[in-house]
Ligand binder design. Structure first.
Ligand code: WTA
Length: 675
């Protein structure tokens, strides 16, 4: 880093400081100290800014993190009752600009397809749909599955659930029928909200057809009944070619008359008034599935009050939110970043955001920049994989648009390499906008380690310091806490309000995954280094998880999809570095005797993964493996396979292998296209 660039960055801070919620490092340090030393006082004070139908009766934060002392639990604002939807929408009705303030600019796949939603319209639509849900028998605590593209109905559905105390379980629209079915069954959803279909770039996704396949699979599970499937008629007459229209006629929208109902028909008669359900602070708000290292996705459960407060204040401080901002988080609502920073965080702050259905490089690679110019976006939150994809197209598309409105940039989902960081900073931010590299997880609800725009000097590639209420530690493999400069397991020593409360239906797995290995600590599953200045650097996962374009996948999940193919005897999956996706999927496949890994088997294997999990998990490389490196106890050593995939000959200790000769064979049969 040159002195010149440091001083240029200094200037960026100074410009933001006079107006910032956290104006300097000293203020950050003071607030952070208070938040971890006196969480009761800190969160108690912040909670005063929200609406409680009844106040808390006990401690603000009550918990046990130590499995050796009993069940792990976290209670926040115990005894209070509230409604999160009321806090987001009704609470601010008396503000002068509430009626006409824009909550969302929605833009579809095609640039001319756009609309705006004001806060008052949003409340009306949410109330109407909440009444629809009630009329269909949905009650507090019931689970509702939502499988939609990024369209306003997605937001109406989620908030309508929250309004009546039902629990939403959003399934990303890129997941397969099988994945949707697993998720519906796991949390026993009584109702599904989906749409006819949507375009991603040129590609038509027939969502209803996938949903129907999923429900067909669900039916095979004895005793399971899906009560209703509500279908949004989103594509309508947008279908392009005659062929596609004909196809859709063959598959009518409401083809299961006993459960399918049309969104528009239901909404037509619904009232715009809907009394919110007052629920306990610890009432479940939503379930969101994330990959787990056993292969079975985990239904991460978040509860009302803690999630409300943490997403609200993290949005305010991390993006230094002000009333005139136009904020754009490019994440799909189907992921945690979308839940927290497209919906709950921005709405609680009364922000104006963009929601975007399409692809950032369609119909041209400057779409992101075009939209920044069009809406005069001030705060942009995206993912490292997006930056790396845009880098490939160079600076020219950027230069065609005016991005001067931008003030603060953010990214999340995976480590950002310094090269991508620098490009984001210099080319998109024109050297004028600090980058908030926010480290967090589906389980944490909001950023754990993150810069604050005017307060924390940046180091490219470091998520910098802990957010308020967060007390990180680095442990060695014996569970001893390391001080000062160190590298090891990243853990948190005490709860923050939006920590997951359990894995839906599986408290034991919850304790096993996050609390068993190091009693008294929440285990993130990430490795981390703390440098001499106290900055945290996330260095990757410690388990067998893959992070493809910011999405966590478990190697076991991909392996079991591949193992279903009749030609496969055994399989092992590892991550391989990828210039755009960060990591991609590299598979070692042992075929049954007499079988040969032909191109067509390879294609079938890739299709298996797409069908079982979804297109994001599609393998980039499939290598023939006459044998796999195993320990004497039969455990596959994925560490060695990772080295082979990358052609790294330094393998370290391989003495525990039962058949070390297999390593040479695997090296000789590597996929040549892999770097
Ligand atoms: C990784 C996404 C480095 C990490 C919000 C974590 C990151 C996992 C960062 C959670 C970051 C997320 N720097 N790594 N800024 N943000 N990760 O649940 O491995 O989809 O455990 O939540 O992504 O992914 P998840």
């Amino acid at each position: 880093m040159t002195t010149e660039s440091v001083s240029a960055r200094e200037l960026v801070y100074r410009r933001l400081q006079p107006n910032a919620h956290v104006p300097d490092l000293e203020t950050y340090k003071r607030m952070h100290r208070e938040s971890v030393e006196n969480p009761e006082g800190f969160w108690g004070e912040i909670a005063k800014g929200f609406y409680w139908n009844t106040p808390p009766t006990g401690a603000i934060l009550d918990y046990n993190f130590d499995v050796t002392k009993g069940k792990v639990y976290v209670n926040f604002m115990k005894g209070a009752t509230t409604n999160i939807c009321y806090n987001l929408l009704d609470r601010k009705k008396q503000e002068s600009d509430w009626e006409e303030k824009i909550a969302y600019y929605w833009e579809g796949n095609e640039p001319h397809d756009c609309s705006t939603i004001t806060y008052s319209q949003l409340l009306k639509e949410v109330c109407k749909f909440a009444n629809v849900l009630r009329s269909l028998g949905v009650q507090r605590g019931d689970r509702v599955a939502i499988y939609l593209p990024v369209i306003p109905e997605m937001i109406y559905s989620m908030l309508a659930c929250a309004r009546i105390g039902a629990v939403h379980s959003v399934v990303f629209a890129g997941f397969s029928a099988e994945s949707l079915c697993d998720r519906i069954l796991d949390s026993q959803c009584m109702l599904l909200v989906t749409a006819d279909g949507f375009y991603r770039g040129e590609k038509l996704i027939q969502l209803k057809q996938i949903a129907d396949d999923a429900l067909e699979k669900c039916k095979r599970k004895k005793g399971f009944v899906m009560k209703k499937c509500i279908v949004v008629h989103h594509l309508g007459n947008k279908l392009r070619s005659g062929q596609e229209q004909a196809h859709c006629k063959v598959l009518p929208l409401l083809c299961n008359p006993d459960i399918d109902v049309c969104w528009d028909v239901l909404m037509k008669g619904a009232s715009e008034q809907c009394e919110p359900e007052w629920v306990d602070a610890e009432h479940p708000l939503f379930i969101l599935y994330t990959s787990g290292s056993t292969g079975k996705p985990k239904g991460v459960l978040h509860t009302v009050a803690g999630y409300l407060i943490y997403t609200a204040i993290s949005f305010k401080y991390v993006f230094d939110y002000h009333a005139d901002d136009v904020y754009w988080c490019t994440a799909d609502i189907g992921w945690i970043t979308g839940h927290s920073y497209v919906i709950y965080g921005p709405l609680t702050n009364g922000a104006t955001s963009i929601i975007f259905e399409g692809l950032l490089v369609y119909p041209h690679m400057g779409r992101l920049y075009e939209m920044i110019e069009k809406y005069k976006v001030t705060k942009l939150y995206t993912a490292p994989t997006v930056i790396r994809m845009l880098m490939k197209f160079g600076e020219e598309p950027v230069r065609k648009f005016n991005l001067k409105s931008l003030k603060i940039l953010g990214c999340a989902g995976e480590p950002i390499n310094p090269e991508a960081w620098t490009w984001y900073y210099n080319v998109i931010g024109d050297g004028q906008c600090p980058i908030m590299d926010t480290f967090w997880q589906t389980e944490t609800g909001g950023p754990m380690i993150t810069p604050l725009p005017a307060a924390i000097p940046l180091k490219p590639g470091s998520a910098t310091f802990p957010f308020f209420g967060v007390l990180p530690a680095i442990l060695n493999e014996h569970g001893e806490e390391l001080q000062g400069e160190a590298e090891g397991y990243l853990v948190f020593k005490q709860p923050w309000p939006s920590i997951l409360r359990t894995i839906y239906g599986d408290d034991e797995r919850f304790e096993m995954t996050y609390f068993k290995q190091f009693p008294g600590f929440y285990l993130t599953g990430d490795r981390c280094r703390r440098d001499g200045d106290g900055y945290y650097w996330i260095t990757g996962r410690i388990d067998d998880m893959l992070n493809v374009s910011g999405h966590l996948l478990s190697s076991t999940e991909v392996e079991s999809a591949l193992a279903e193919h009749s030609a496969v005897a055994e399989v092992a999956v590892v991550s391989h570095p990828h210039p755009v996706k960060g990591e991609c999927v590299y598979c070692f496949v042992t075929l049954k005797d007499g079988m040969e890994l032909t191109q067509s088997i390879s294609d079938e294997l890739k299709n298996k993964v797409r069908e079982k999990i979804g297109p994001i998990a599609t393998p980039d490389f499939i290598q023939n493996a006459p044998g796999l490196p195993k320990t004497r106890s039969g455990k596959i050593m994925r560490r060695i396979l990772r080295h082979i995939a990358c052609n790294e000959k330094e393998l370290g200790d391989i003495s525990t292998l039962i058949d070390p000769a297999v390593v040479e064979v695997l090296f000789s049969q590597r996929c040549q296209a892999a770097a």
